[in-house]
Design a protein around this ligand. Structure first.
Ligand code: PLP
Length: 483
């Protein structure tokens, strides 16, 4: 492998030339207490701009990415993000804003926030929206804190239980616990949907909410959702919609119309922000009007003189993030919604559903399909048949990398053994889907004819099979000079 950037360092080499300062120098020791001042200079690499550029571009090519290959990562919606959205977020008028600027200088940004709120409210069927949370799990926390504040204001402090189904995304029970609730899990029925009898058994006067994803993480639409919402509301609790992935329902159905009281959307999944490398996320939390008094502050309001921040909100849960959310992500979502329009968003959902069902029908002959009904934007197959031949889902996932495809989400949801959760998204062509079917067929054949090839995969990636136990127990995350 090519040498790392630190090893390319050469004394005195520089990437930039900074002009000599004409500001009088202050002594470092006047600004930083002496015990914190380094005795020796940091061992930073000394390299040119070109060295640096090549280093990072080369590193970026070592990773799989949606811009370089198919990425059917269920529950994460790794779809292609049109570059025009990045270009809009990079417009000088947005990019150069400072969050401490006075409101009369940021009217355009406030108008964008205000309009985006109206659009998201229309898409989810709930009237009020905040964009403060940084990402999905943070949005869940915000939503549950709203619910808690609401019940506290009503004097119903006994409501300390949140129900989650066994197919829930792991963040749901974690969030409920973090927000101070007790988590009660309920099972699914044989169709992979919420078990209504189990729900009835769990409902009582101490329940604050149920957290649901619809379609659920098996990619199945909760057909009994209206029964669920009726039972929940009769028990005095609320319904929280985990809308991390909206690709299946945009323009088709609305969480508000299904009876949900609060929901969050991951703007970095369905609304066109690149993610997957731990980059910034963005989140919208929408809720019905009874929850508005508790919203994080400030709230953007429209007055006769333009847009303003309303900070004067006594019952607010306060701030849950610095400033006003990840603004660049919001610009991308705004551009994406405007570019697609109402019909476009609906078409996205229809195509996402079509692509998933097409793949499911092709793959079900080779891999076990535990839930056979039509799916929404994703589906879950099982590698149990291959496992019986000694090749598990984790091996198949690694072998896919050799074919230039990112692995699907594996071993989740937990209710399916050897699970592979596949989400093709609407942005892929039939050619790509067909070639994925061919690859999955070849791997299945390999599990019979040449199982060692699969068991020892990957063979073509920059780093071969890792010792996962060692990587987890003794991770080597830090480069040290001279090693
Ligand atoms: C991705 C996801 C989340 C969490 O979102 P983050 O932005 O990663 O915090 C929650 N629920 C579901 C169903 C998801 O797919």
């Amino acid at each position: 492998m090519e040498k790392l950037i630190y090893e390319k360092s050469s004394p005195g080499r520089r990437g930039v030339k900074v002009p000599t300062s004409n500001v009088p120098e202050k002594k470092l020791s006047d600004m930083i207490p002496s015990q914190y001042v380094r005795k020796e200079a940091a061992a930073l690499p000394e390299v040119t701009e070109l060295d640096t550029m090549r280093h990072f571009v080369r590193l970026s090519h070592l990773n799989h990415s949606i811009d370089t290959g198919f990425y059917p990562l269920g529950s994460c919606t790794m779809k292609y993000n049109p570059k025009v959205n990045d270009a809009m977020a990079a417009l000088e008028g947005f990019r150069e804003l400072h969050p401490h600027q006075p409101v009369d200088q940021i009217q355009g940004a406030l108008e964008l926030l205000y309009n985006l709120e109206q659009m998201i409210a229309e898409i989810v069927g709930l009237p009020h929206v905040t964009f403060q949370p940084a990402a999905g799990a943070h949005g869940e926390l915000t939503g549950l804190l709203l619910i808690r504040a609401y019940f506290e204001a009503k004097g119903q402090t006994n409501r300390n239980i949140v129900i989650v189904p066994d197919t829930a995304h792991g963040t749901n029970p974690a969030t409920a616990a973090l927000a101070g609730f007790e988590v009660v899990e309920i099972g699914s029925n044989e169709k992979g949907l919420v078990d209504i009898e189990a729900l009835k058994g769990a409902l009582n006067e101490n329940v604050a909410a149920i957290m649901l994803t619809n379609p659920n993480t098996l990619g199945l639409f909760e057909e009994e959702i209206m029964t669920v919402q009726k039972l929940m509301h009769e028990a005095g609790g609320m319904l929280y919609y985990d809308g991390a992935n909206l690709n299946a329902i945009m323009g088709l159905v609305r969480p508000g119309d299904m009876g949900f009281d609060v929901c969050h959307l991951n703007l970095h999944k369905s609304f066109s922000t690149p993610h997957g490398g731990g980059g910034p996320g963005g989140c919208a939390v929408a809720a019905r009007k009874e929850l508005l008094p508790f919203f994080p502050k400030p709230v953007v309001v429209k007055t006769n003189d333009g847009y303003e921040f309303d900070w004067n909100r006594e019952q607010s849960i306060g701030k849950i993030k610095g400033f006003f959310g990840n603004f660049g992500i919001l610009v991308r979502a705004y551009t994406y919604i405007l570019a697609n329009g109402r019909e476009g968003l609906e078409q996205i959902s229809r195509d996402a559903i079509l692509n998933a069902n097409y793949l499911k029908e092709q793959l079900k002959h080779i891999y076990d399909l535990p839930h056979t009904q039509s799916c929404m934007h994703e589906f879950v197959i099982s590698g149990s048949r291959q496992k019986a031949r000694g090749v598990s889902t984790s091996h198949i996932a690694k072998r896919l990398l050799d074919y230039g495809v990112h692995a699907p989400t594996v071993y989740f949801p937990l209710v399916v053994p050897e699970a592979m959760m596949i989400e093709p998204t609407e942005t892929e062509s039939k050619d790509t889907l067909d070639s994925f079917v061919e690859i999955m067929t070849s791997i299945d054949k390999e599990t019979i004819e040449t199982p060692d090839v699969v068991l020892n995969a990957p063979h073509t990636t920059p780093v071969a099979k890792l010792d996962e136990a060692l990587a987890a127990r003794k991770p080597n995350l830090r480069w040290t000079p001279g090693t």
